[in-house]
Design a protein around this ligand. Structure first.
Ligand code: ATP
Length: 518
């Protein structure tokens, strides 16, 4: 059995070896928490974005897409609260000289208590078998109760201190819980300080008329400042949404988790504008819909869980994360936030322009409320990629490395392999590619024995291989091999296209969402 650290290292090295993700500017020893997507990575990333865009924008009559600029007027960030409040509490360990987010250290400590409670529950489940009543056990077992209440207490105290911006109390809590630095093992901590995460830059040629700007730390504000424009030009009625995909930048304090926490990353965000008072209903609806989107990709539902926020951001009246079981444990993959009318009202105040919706039914104007769904493309990439990477033991005693990406997201859908490099087989293989390449991404591969080529495609994540052999010349049949089951089928060249189109059809994948929302 490999431990989580080893399996995460494998994910990172596999991503590099197969042309998915590498560190940026590696020849100069890289840049912390900045990454480049290579030939396969860019395809997987684009496919994730397309899958989201289709589900959110094109399948909803009442959601429109935009693409706003990364640079925005600096007052935007004053209005949004980012200049004053987009801080993380940081703490350094004096012995290892490593920097941490104080809240993350405490959350990880609390998570351990939850794991201990689960361990007790699992043990009891095994002991009691079919008669086991988990809820009852949770409520009555003193040990489980003690773990859960300790955890609750820690999280609540942390939230209270952070809300009050009482950084001394945050440090006291770390000391009281005897949290040690994972690197040095010591409890020798500095004081906790606040650190603003926005990157600053300047616009304009000369010093006198230059203006200080920020690289946007989220795409959402580009949507808020365009709310009225889209509502009017799109003639939209509430409820309706505006969505966009784009880069965001944060000067993250701790950046040691590959593409989980980057300084330059991409977000897919949707702001859903609603009538005040209906936020609870829409918040629940969007939680459900977003989880259904994830589940449609076919990963085990045990990999996802909701985490309700104890400490709400300055703009929210309810918030939850969809957490995913990453190689380093359950962590936030997507946020669903009920943002009230905070942003629009604040832009109204700072710009001096009226940003309101006229409700014909009620014959009055008001500032709409907002439900936001916000997911990082890169985190989604890591979630899918890390679960897809598997070492499988085969019946013949060997093992294979296989990247079981959902076919709809796989960078290359089909590899076409001539059994040997002569006798006209490469020509037939190219004809098959020429026919398929209009509808899906294909590769041609003629090097090495066919078994090795299958293994190579398995590891690269290609869901289907087509092998052309001498029988193909006689009867125009080929072998279609499935990556996950390794099943092989003999069929005619003409049958290939409809079968493959069905396997990689966006509509049949997305329709699976219905299984999880009804
Ligand atoms: P975290 O608590 O992990 O820092 P957050 O709560 O600050 O995340 P949000 O501001 O809610 O994150 O951003 C929405 C989404 O953007 C997150 O769910 C995540 O998928 C993604 N995201 C945020 N920060 C980063 C980052 N530094 N690198 C990659 N993705 C990120």
């Amino acid at each position: 059995m490999t431990n989580t650290n080893d399996s995460f290292k494998k994910v990172i090295s596999h991503a590099k070896e197969y042309g998915y993700v590498v560190q940026s500017s590696e020849i100069y020893d890289g840049l912390g928490a900045v990454y480049d997507y290579l030939q396969n990575g860019v395809e997987l990333k684009n496919n994730i974005k397309e899958y989201w865009w289709k589900a959110m924008v094109q399948l909803h009559e009442n959601i429109l897409g935009i693409d706003s600029a990364i640079f925005m007027h600096p007052t935007t960030w004053k209005a949004s609260g980012h200049v004053d409040a987009f801080n993380d509490p940081l703490i350094d360990n004096k012995d290892s000289k490593k920097r941490y987010r104080a809240d993350v250290l405490i959350e990880e400590h609390a998570e351990k208590l939850l794991q201990k409670a689960h361990k007790e529950i699992n043990k009891a489940a095994k002991r009691f078998g079919d008669d086991f009543d988990e809820e009852m056990f949770k409520e009555t077992n003193p040990r489980v109760q003690s773990y859960l209440s300790k955890r609750e207490d820690i999280l609540q105290r942390m939230a209270k201190h952070l809300d009050a911006n009482d950084l001394n109390a945050v440090k006291e809590l770390i000391l009281e819980l005897e949290i040690a630095c994972p690197i040095s093992g010591s409890k020798n901590w500095t004081d906790v300080k606040q650190f603003n995460l926005m990157f600053g830059t300047e616009i304009g040629a000369s010093a006198e008329n230059s203006m200080k700007l920020y690289l946007r730390p989220e795409t959402a504000q580009g949507i808020f400042v365009n709310f009225l424009q889209v509502q009017k030009s799109g003639r939209m009625k509430l409820p309706f949404g505006i969505a966009q995909i784009g880069k965001a930048f944060r000067n993250e304090i701790v950046a040691r988790q590959f593409i989980f926490r980057m300084r330059e990353f991409e977000q897919m965000e949707m702001q859903f504008f609603i009538k005040p008072g209906t936020q609870h209903e829409w918040y629940e609806k969007w939680k459900k819909r977003r989880l259904a989107w994830h589940l449609s990709l076919g990963l085990d539902k045990e990999n996802y869980r909701f985490h309700k926020h104890e400490k709400l951001a300055h703009y929210a009246d309810a918030a939850a994360d969809i957490e995913f079981n990453f190689p380093f444990g359950f962590k936030e993959l997507e946020g669903i936030h009920s943002r009230t009318d905070f942003d629009l009202s604040s832009h109204e105040e700072h710009s001096g322009k009226k940003i309101q919706y006229f409700d014909n039914d009620e014959n009055k104007s008001y500032v709409p409320y907002v439900i936001e769904t916000s997911i990082g493309v890169d985190r989604m990439f890591l979630a899918i990629f890390s679960k897809a990477l598997q070492e499988e033991s085969l019946e013949n005693g060997t093992t294979r490395t296989v990247l079981k990406l959902p076919a709809i997201l796989a960078p290359v859908k089909v590899a076409v392999l001539p059994l040997i490099k002569k006798d006209g087989l490469p020509e037939i293989a190219h004809q098959i590619i020429d026919d398929l390449k209009w509808d899906m991404n294909t590769v041609y591969d003629e090097k090495d024995a066919v078994g090795r080529r299958y293994r190579r495609q398995d590891a690269a994540g290609t869901p289907f291989c087509i092998t052309v052999d001498h029988q193909t010349i006689e009867d125009r049949t080929v072998t279609l091999r499935y990556r996950d089951s390794m099943e092989q089928k003999r069929l005619s060249i003409e049958e290939l296209k409809p079968i493959l189109l069905n396997e990689v059809s966006m509509s049949s994948w997305l329709q699976r969402m219905k299984n999880f929302t009804d």
